[in-house]
Design a protein around this ligand. Structure first.
Ligand code: C5P
Length: 224
């Protein structure tokens, strides 16, 4: 029997990519499969947490016993996250939110006969994680940093800038890590400066390792 060490906690986890519409049939997105976030949702449920999974478009089935809210864009993900946040005690943002979106969505499909190649004006999407961290209260908040260079430097910067308790850093160019891969090679950075390098593990094992760290932080807080 799995230990119920997350009983009494409500985990809010985000997963998958977001899609930012250009027109009714086209969008900007990325290669995120959602595997890591879905693994976290299932693992936390197994350990007794109540779980809300806010998911961008993925091909994955809904995990049993998890409250699944499907969204498409970063704006919709922000709304769903803010609606769930008051009830949440743990927040893990495994979603690969698009950083930019078209300033405007065309109401009709853009037709190539009618114009020269269009240029796409982009604006930043809201940073959901920074907004959560700004009003986190007693919640533990975890982010992910998928990088292609200077991994630890970028991850530490994000942890500090976004006010996180932990950040999971992975180099998405490494074989056995990153998007659409069943395994991941991660380093877990703590707010107190610690950095733990984990071996190549399945995303399921990474999920449990991360939840172990959250349980430990909870216990530490209870003592402090
Ligand atoms: O995109 P970036 O590398 O800054 O993402 C790091 C973390 O911030 C991830 O956990 C991601 O889910 C979160 N994020 C977010 N909203 C954004 C961009 C990123 O919540 N607009």
């Amino acid at each position: 029997l799995t230990s119920q060490d997350l009983a009494g906690e409500h985990l809010l986890v985000t997963a998958g990519p977001t899609r930012e519409r250009i027109d009714p049939v086209r969008y900007l997105s990325n290669d995120s499969s959602g595997l890591m976030g879905y693994a976290l949702a299932r693992a936390a449920r197994q350990r007794g947490a109540q779980v809300t999974l806010v998911s961008g478009p993925t091909a994955l089935p809904a995990p049993l016993g998890v409250n699944l809210r499907r969204v498409e864009s970063a704006a919709q993900m922000l709304d769903a996250v803010l609606a769930t946040l008051p009830a949440a005690t743990l927040v893990i943002k495994a979603a690969a939110v698009a950083d930019y979106r078209p300033c405007q969505m065309a109401a009709q499909k853009l037709k190539k006969q009618q114009m020269a190649a269009p240029s796409l004006a982009l604006e930043k999407t809201p940073d959901i994680l920074s907004q959560i961290a700004a009003c986190k209260g007693d919640r533990l908040v975890v982010g992910f940093a998928a990088e292609t260079e200077r991994l630890l430097e970028h991850a530490r910067d994000k942890l500090e800038r976004k006010g996180l308790d932990l950040i999971v850093a992975n180099d998405v160019t490494q074989a056995g890590a990153g998007f659409e891969c069943a395994t991941n090679i991660v380093q877990i950075l703590h707010a107190d400066g610690r950095c733990e390098a984990l071996p190549c593990l399945t995303k399921w094992a990474v999920a449990h390792a991360l939840l172990d760290r959250l349980v430990a932080l909870r216990c530490q807080r209870a003592v402090d």
